[in-house]
Design a protein around this ligand. Structure first.
Ligand code: MG
Length: 382
């Protein structure tokens, strides 16, 4: 192994982003060394990955007592220990939901590079996380495709010259559905995303457009712009990953076939771009047209709820994120309908008593309260 290889910790290595990160590392073997792998419940896959990449550190939810003998070359460590470990240069946070928050803060405090795929971290605690990043002098490297696109468009540009950030949304599978049809949507239908292959939580969030709502909040923190400067357009092709409009009216966009490996690789190799013939190319010899239209904020209330929570600030975005995570679980378990997701999130936000300028503890409390409220609401309602 080349001594200048970047040493990477992959948190959430068995999820969709984690697996694709390891695909990139397989291609760019001499550039990266996997020093830590962490997963939730998919221990079988984690063991396979560990046997292939030989990390020094592993984490899985069931803990040290169930560490298989074949992993005797790895030390078991918590997510926070991994994130702050001296042998780690870059932490890729690809956990889902709330799980990424503490490790992200631990990584920033230890002045590690952080590539962030877990948008809920910035949704619930953007203010805190950005303050930690600023204090540590670390830029958070976005992995979300839209934010990677904006980041790429902004290279060499000045923040003060940005007029608008335009986030593209595929619209998900139901973007032409009427309200009636929407209430009958099953988890199986919602998990069939037209353009992207992703984990379950983000796929459901894409179908409700909560994902795009959360991306508004994510963009606001990553690029330090006002909420009023962020727009959403529906672009069903998922070829333009987002756009930046500047104050002279010029617009820059980033295009590529929809494949998460590109934004992952860009975050890992930044500021370099490295050749990788596994990544798909645009086909300029086939006719192609790009279409854009306004989203329907009424038919997709999650988009509105996210924007309102962002405008109110304080602990509202944390509550939005927690309530949504629980509601998506309930929907996937067939316990509530598709349109109930927005109803639960709305009811939770309405009942929330916010904490101003919350510290981490207040955010975690608001998160726990929202999860409990969501569970009670679904029990009483059903
Ligand atoms: Mg995205």
């Amino acid at each position: 192994m080349d001594h200048i290889a970047k040493r990477i910790a992959v948190l959430g290595s068995t999820g969709s982003i984690g697996r694709q990160t390891l695909e990139i590392v397989r291609v760019l073997r001499d550039k990266f060394q996997i020093v830590a792998l962490a997963a939730g419940r998919n221990t079988d896959l984690l063991v396979q990955q560990a046997l292939e990449f030989r990390p020094n550190l592993v984490y899985f939810e069931e803990g040290i007592s169930s560490k298989p003998d074949c992993l005797d070359f790895c030390t078991f460590a918590s997510l926070e220990e991994i994130a702050g470990h001296p042998n780690v240069d870059l932490v890729l946070v690809a956990t889902s939901g709330k799980a990424g928050l503490n490790p992200t803060i631990a990584a920033l405090r230890a002045r590690k590079q952080v590539a962030l795929a877990n948008k809920e971290v910035l949704v619930s605690a953007g203010n805190l996380v950005m303050a930690e990043a600023c204090h540590a002098g670390i830029d958070i490297l976005p992995v979300d495709s839209e934010h990677s696109a904006i980041w790429q468009c902004l290279r060499g540009e000045r923040t003060a010259e940005i007029e608008r950030l335009v986030l593209t949304a595929s619209g998900g599978p139901f973007f032409r559905y009427g309200h009636e049809a929407m209430s009958g949507i099953t988890p199986e239908q919602a998990l069939r995303h037209p353009t992207w292959q992703m984990g379950k939580k983000v796929t459901i969030d894409s179908a409700t457009l909560m994902n795009k709502g959360m991306e508004i909040i994510e963009a606001r923190w990553l690029f330090n712009v006002a909420l009023s400067q962020i727009e959403v357009v529906i672009h069903p092709g998922s070829v333009v990953h987002s756009l930046v409009e500047f104050r002279d009216g010029s617009v820059k966009a980033q295009l590529s076939p929809p494949d998460m490996r590109l934004p992952i690789q860009y975050a890992l190799t930044y500021p370099e771009r490295l050749p990788n013939d596994q990544l798909p190319r645009m086909k300029w010899d086939t006719p192609m047209s790009l279409s854009f239209e306004k989203p329907d904020w009424t038919r997709f209330p999650c988009l509105t709820l996210a924007r309102e929570a962002a405008e109110k600030g304080d602990t509202y975005p944390a509550v939005l994120s927690a309530a949504d995570e629980e509601a998506v679980e309930l929907f996937l378990a067939h316990r509530i309908g598709f349109t109930d997701i927005a109803k639960i999130v709305e009811a939770t936000l309405e009942k929330h008593e916010p904490v101003e300028n919350p510290a981490l503890e207040a955010i975690l409390e608001a998160d726990a309260w929202a999860r409990q409220f969501t569970a009670d609401w679904s029990l009483n309602k059903l």
